[in-house]
Every structure is written in C-alpha cells, then in structure tokens.
Design a protein around this ligand. Structure first.
Ligand SMILES: [Zn+2]
Length: 274
C-alpha cells in the first residue's frame, strides 16, 4: 500500500519535474502560472493533467489545437514514478528512501535540461550540493565509505577508516567530485585550447559527491565517461558527426550516478574484494 502510494506520488512529482525541465532553462517561475499548451496557449484543465493517463487518453495531442505533445512528458512521469518505487524498495521507507528520491528527482531534471539546452542550472546544482551535505546524516551510511580495504596483488594493503562521519564523507565527496572534473577540464583546456567540460558538469559532480560520497563519485565519472564514449562512437559511425560535436556530458553523468546509487557498492565490493 505504502509502496503503491509512493509510486503514485512519484508520477505526480514527475509531472512537476516536467514543468521544471521546461521552465527553469527559460528562467520562468515553476509555480506560476498554471501549465498551458505551448502552441495555442490554452490553459490545461486539471482533468488533462493526470500523469501518463491524460497523455494516453488525448493520444499525445492538445485537446484544443491537436498539436502533438512530446512523449517526453509521460516518459519523465514514468521515470520519476520508477525512481520513487526503487528508492522505496531499496531502503524500505527508512530516511535514505527520501534522501535518494530527492537526489534522483533533481538528477532527472538535470538530465533533460542538459539534453535540450546543454544547461545544468546553478539553481539546481548549488542548492543540491548543500542539500546533499545537510542530509548526509540521513543518507545510507554505506555510501560514505567504511572499512574498505584495498589490496593490490597482495603486496599493498590499505585499510580505510572504519567510520567516517557522514558530514566528512559528504563534504569530501563534493570536493573530490567537483575537483576531479575541474582538474580534467583545466588540463583539457590547456592541451586542446578549447573548453571540454562546462562549469555545470563540475557543480553537478559536486552535488553527486555530496549525496554519494567519493567512491560512488569515481564510479559515476567512470560509468558516465564510458556511456559518453559509446554515444560519441555511435554518433560518429551512424550519424557522420565529427569529433568536435559537443555531447551533453551531464546526461551521461546523471545516468551514471543513478547506476552508482544502486549498483556501485555491489560492483566495488566485487571488484575490490576485502
Ligand atoms: Zn494547444
């Protein structure tokens, strides 16, 4: 019962995330006015604003002018519903359920604003980083480390501290996440004389680090880079794009961070057995 209500809430919040994705890059208020059709301007009545269902009933078209409504609207609603569902399942409505639901919701907005506009808005990444730090005592403590031992060929062994205060885990995660991308970005700029990473990517990774700690931040950057590389190869081979095409790196980092949240620790414990 709780799980289905929470998933339903996710679908409704997804509808709100659609508003954020559309309006934040345009610097419009996300509260006011009520949603209207982007083509004919007619205000959308409440009965046409039911997540997913309305889009299906209207067959993806505005009731008044019949302009097609992007599949992105129900897709974001379903994605958000799924995010709520898996957070409920994973942490069984203990505090980390809510912390990570918030994290994934902000990440969903970032993925789509970056995809459409190559923008990762400061109004999301900066308060997001702060929220990650402030909420760290309520986050799943395993994300911030704890007694991970690293062994290389049986020669070198390094045992990390058993318990790091969540604040320390979160703040160091933010510093490392933002720091790595800053260093890589500056290095790239020096070598290639053009900007490879935006400040938005750097701030987004500071947020990821604040929520997920440094280990999952590494996992996110690694996975995001692999996904970006695959997408780049795909575009070059099938769409005749050149190497200079600017990919929305935030999209891949966002997907990478979601994978890190659910698969990162099992992967790291398998890859670095203690
Ligand atoms: Zn219309």
């Amino acid at each position: 019962m709780l799980l289905s209500s929470y998933t339903l809430l996710g679908l409704i919040i997804g509808s709100f995330l659609n508003v954020c994705i559309y309006r934040i890059p345009l610097r419009k208020s996300i509260v006011f006015p009520r949603s209207s059709c982007t083509r004919c301007g007619t205000q959308i009545p409440f009965y046409d604003n039911i997540p997913v269902l309305s889009w299906i009933l209207l067959r993806g078209k505005c009731r008044f002018c019949k302009t097609p409504i992007s599949f992105q609207y129900p897709f974001v609603e379903l994605l958000t519903g799924a995010a709520f569902l898996v957070c409920g399942l994973q942490w069984n409505f203990a505090p980390p359920t809510y912390v990570n639901t918030l994290f994934l919701s902000v990440t969903i907005i970032l993925i789509f604003t970056d995809f459409h506009h190559r923008i990762l808005p400061n109004v999301l990444t900066l308060p997001g980083t702060l929220a990650g730090i402030l909420l760290s005592p309520f986050q799943d403590p395993t994300v911030y480390m704890d007694g991970l031992s690293v062994r290389i060929a049986g020669l070198f062994e390094y045992q990390t501290a058993q318990t790091v205060l969540p604040w320390a885990g979160s703040i160091s995660g933010a510093a490392i996440g933002g720091g790595i991308l800053l260093v890589v970005g500056l290095g790239y700029q020096k070598l290639r004389k053009r900007q490879g990473l935006g400040m938005g990517d750097i701030k987004m990774m500071a947020m990821v680090g604040a929520f997920l700690g440094w280990r999952l931040t590494f996992f996110t950057i690694f996975t995001g880079s692999c996904l970006g590389l695959l997408a780049g190869i795909y575009l070059i081979v099938f769409h005749k794009q050149n190497l200079q095409a600017k990919l929305p790196f935030g999209v891949f980092l966002g997907i990478g961070s979601a994978l890190a949240l659910f698969y990162g620790l099992p992967f790291l414990t398998w890859y670095l057995p203690s």
